[in-house]
Design a protein around this ligand. Structure first.
Ligand code: SOE
Length: 397
């Protein structure tokens, strides 16, 4: 008797760095902690460097390596293509996979341009007619405290929303000696802090509020415009690498913008990699007519809740530890108070995608949601280029 007669789905993942590792552990853990209706099989890892990809494949239990992503997409034993590459290849790989009838999970942001995102949406909508599903990887919405915040807003616990306040603060390139990398080059990444981490807080605030951004006014800034080119390193001076060449940074180091929401709320956003001392501080605060919610990813198992209707003598933010079995996703993991980490949201993403595929429905966030975010990113860039002029965001079709 087989141990498990749950149907399996072959996964082919393209890319094997940071996101490749986060996704690999998610595919492996999903069937261990959740009763998934489809069991993922780690069939093929795609990477141009056979040796490096082979090392990651061995560590995470991928059955094979493909050095050409087209071969991976074409394989009969691959039913879902997981795109974990830099943004300049998202559209090409995802569209080819959808046209080959494969489900697609694509890392965020969906694409590097609105035009690419539109083409991806068209391919996804055509593939969906044949039951092929697609998802864009905004994983932070699957942190239990964020999912709880959305529930509380939907239940009217904060009332009419007046303010949305969102920051995504990192500092990994505040040192000018940090070398040039793909995230700092427009042709690879599409934009800098704006698309890489600003996209996350755009998705999170729209997800929590259930409303959309309708217009923005923005500033983009690049503080360090040239960085050492890694390929030109000639040795060390002390502990600092010595580079023979400097390369141009062609993206923003920080994005700061105002926004308005469909429900009338006003919003402030900051996405920066120069907030020295902040490592991965995603800070969201929602202020409404009945109360407020406040979250900081650097304390990710907590949601701070303020109820304006409470007796003023005992009113104050309540520090809710979001680790009860009644909280989203938590019952699959550990007892109350043990907490989850960054990687668990990726596992929740895998579970939600496998469940949607089994139930024959489109998962969220869809490629169309990803296109909406791409349009907001473009509006921020257009506004910044026009001296922070107020710039409308096209409504979804
Ligand atoms: C940026 O450094 C980054 O790796 C983002 O690209 C990820 O989406 C985020 O989860 C962590 O930070």
């Amino acid at each position: 008797m087989t141990v498990d007669d749950t149907p399996a789905l072959g996964i082919g993942m393209v890319g094997y760095a940071f996101m490749g590792a986060a996704h690999s552990q998610a595919w492996r853990n999903a069937p261990s902690f959740f009763d998934v209706p489809i069991v993922p099989r780690l069939v093929a890892l795609g990477g141009r460097n056979a040796e490096a990809a082979g090392d990651v494949a061995r560590r995470f239990g991928w059955e094979s390596v493909e050095t050409d992503w087209r071969q991976l997409v074409a394989r009969d034993d691959v039913g879902l293509v997981d795109v974990c590459t830099p943004g300049d290849t998202h559209a090409e790989i995802a569209i080819a996979a959808l046209e080959a009838g494969k489900h697609v999970l694509c890392e965020k942001p969906l694409a590097n341009t609105v035009a690419e995102a539109e083409a991806m949406v068209a391919a996804a909508e055509k593939a969906a007619e044949s039951g092929v599903r697609s998802l864009v990887g905004f994983t932070y919405r699957r942190v239990p405290a964020i999912a709880l915040a959305r529930q509380l807003v939907a239940e009217g616990r904060v009332g009419r929303i007046h303010h949305v306040r969102a920051q995504y603060l990192q500092d990994w390139i505040a040192d000018p000696d940090v070398p040039l990398s793909w995230r700092l080059q427009k042709e690879k990444a599409g934009s800098g802090a704006l698309g890489d981490i600003g996209a996350h807080i755009i998705d999170l605030t729209q997800y929590i509020t259930g409303e959309r951004i309708t217009g923005v006014s923005a500033i983009l800034e690049t503080f360090v415009r040239e960085r050492p080119v890694p390929e030109s390193f000639t040795g060390l001076a002390g502990s600092a690498p010595v580079a023979a060449k400097l390369g141009e940074v062609t993206v923003d180091d920080t994005a700061v913008f105002l926004a308005r929401f469909t429900g009338g709320a006003v919003a402030t956003y900051e996405a920066t990699r120069f907030a020295s001392g902040r490592k991965n501080a995603i800070r969201i605060e929602i202020n409404g007519s009945n109360g407020s919610l406040a979250f900081d990813f650097e304390d990710m198992n907590v949601l701070n809740v303020y109820d304006s209707t409470e007796d003023a003598r005992v009113a104050g933010f309540k520090r809710v530890l979001v680790t009860e079995p009644s909280h989203p996703y938590v019952s699959a993991w550990w007892p109350a108070g043990h907490g989850l980490g960054y990687e668990h949201a990726f596992t929740h993403q895998a579970v939600d995608l496998l469940t949607a595929i089994a139930e024959g429905r489109d998962p969220a966030p869809s490629f169309a949601d990803g296109l909406n975010i791409q349009r907001i990113l473009a509006a921020v860039e257009d506004s910044a280029a026009a001296g922070s002029a107020w710039t409308e965001v096209p409504a979804p079709a």
